[in-house]
Design a protein around this ligand. Structure first.
Ligand SMILES: Cc1cc2nc3c(=O)[nH]c(=O)nc-3n(C[C@H](O)[C@H](O)[C@H](O)COP(=O)(O)OP(=O)(O)OC[C@H]3O[C@@H](n4cnc5c(N)ncnc54)[C@H](O)[C@@H]3O)c2cc1C
Length: 369
């Protein structure tokens, strides 16, 4: 029987590993951190994922995730519009959701290595050697689900790492009066901030901004006071909510550059294959959908129904078919955000040209799968 190693245990890696284990494929999952842990993420998951999650018994119903049906948009200066979402989504923290799927993986027989960082992946004579500081595994297939940016991207000499990326992501969990059915997207100069609810009545407050915005003001609290507070909605949230952590989760160097879904025979999944801009609220749906497509291709290869070449070509074609346009649309729409006049334009569109606003939202979302 062929052996599969999944490098990186975010949603893409966990769901690929779980799906393959359910097909009786031997899988090892390697994750650098230890579950449960927090990640920078808005924690709004598109409902397009629900049929697939339910089919694998992975829908986290026991957490009672709030159902989100409405988008509220505010501009840098605080002009507001709301639109009803066609598909909508649900809210659950990554702390709870990833840990829940990790436990499902363990139960399904995935061999999980936490606190373990993969340092190199080499392909030779139809097999991979996957190395950590202390271990070396030999495998027939490697799934690269190591997220938006990893040391492995440098090791694999992936083109996008040569360019620095200016985006910084910041996340808090807070308690505030935010309507459960709503996701809000508040603009500020050179950034945008999402807020929506997750389990246990908590809300996730998560923003993306330019590195220079932080540099200009010296630190995050000062930037928040000087820049984010100009939007009255954000000022109210920041000054009237209970912040549940001492300091936020922060990540740098977030890149939306085009990447290849297969590199050096490694099958990339989730953000490692390409990341959609966060304002679309669709990165997790894409990671989950790509895991479904990938696990089908990999299991066909493991059971010798297709060759390696067919596995790689089919996955690449399917990935481009389902996601390439959505990532492109996300990059274009992101340009409407973070400046005074374009964010006003986006709000006016949502107010007075609702059909056009719906087309834009749809262009970044997929169909239920
Ligand atoms: C500011 C912001 C807000 C967002 N908001 C939303 C939202 O509301 N809704 C949505 O759907 N999406 C959102 N996203 C996108 C979403 O978070 C990602 O698309 C999603 O997490 C991708 O999952 P993944 O499994 O590909 O990567 P990740 O979740 O990043 O997982 C990658 C894993 O690989 C591990 N890893 C890395 N290198 C190694 C190594 N060498 N060895 C072992 N392990 C390794 C990491 O520790 C990590 O656990 C947001 C993103 C940002 C930046």
């Amino acid at each position: 029987m062929k052996k599969v190693i999944v490098v990186g245990g975010g949603l893409a890696g966990l769901i690929s590993a779980y799906s393959l284990a359910r097909k009786n494929v031997e899988v090892i999952l390697v994750e650098k951190k230890q579950y449960p842990f927090h990640r920078v993420c808005g924690e709004y998951i598109s409902n397009e994922t629900i049929p697939f999650l339910k089919s694998l018994d992975l829908f986290p119903a026991q957490f009672h995730p709030p159902h989100i049906t409405q988008l509220q948009l505010t501009s840098v200066s605080g002009r507001e519009a709301t639109i009803e979402l066609d598909l909508g989504g649900f809210g659950i923290s990554r702390f709870a959701f990833d840990h829940f799927i990790y436990q499902k993986c363990v139960d399904a027989g995935v061999k999980c290595y936490e606190n373990t960082e993969v340092e190199s992946i080499r392909f030779e004579n139809e097999q991979f050697a996957v190395k950590t500081k202390d271990l070396t595994w030999i495998a027939d297939v490697v799934i690269g689900s190591f997220g938006k940016r990893s040391k492995l991207d440098v090791h694999l000499q992936r083109g996008f790492v040569k360019k620095r990326s200016p985006y910084v992501g910041v996340k808090y969990h807070i308690r505030t009066e935010h309507p459960a059915h709503r996701i809000s997207l508040h603009n500020f100069k050179d950034g945008y901030c999402g807020i929506s609810n997750v389990e246990e009545g908590k809300s996730t407050l998560c923003y993306l901004t330019h590195r220079n915005n932080v540099k200009r003001h010296g630190n995050l609290p000062e930037m928040e006071r000087t820049v984010l507070f100009r939007n009255p909605y954000l000022k109210k949230i920041f000054t009237e909510s209970e912040f549940l952590w001492e300091r936020p989760e922060v990540i740098n160097e977030i890149s939306f550059a085009t990447k290849a879904p297969v590199e050096n025979h490694v099958l990339m999944c989730g953000d490692a294959a390409g990341m959609i801009t966060p304002l679309c609220g669709n990165g997790m749906a894409i990671a989950i959908h790509a895991s479904k497509i990938l696990s089908e291709c990999v299991s066909d290869f493991c059971y010798e129904r297709i060759s390696r070449q067919q596995m790689e070509t089919t996955y690449q074609q399917q990935w481009n078919h389902h996601f390439a346009k959505r990532l492109w649309a996300g990059r274009q729409i992101q340009q409407l955000f973070g400046s005074e006049w374009t964010s006003n334009l986006a709000v006016d569109m949502a107010r007075y040209a609702k059909p056009l606003a719906h087309v834009l939202v749809k262009s970044t979302h997929g169909q239920p799968f």
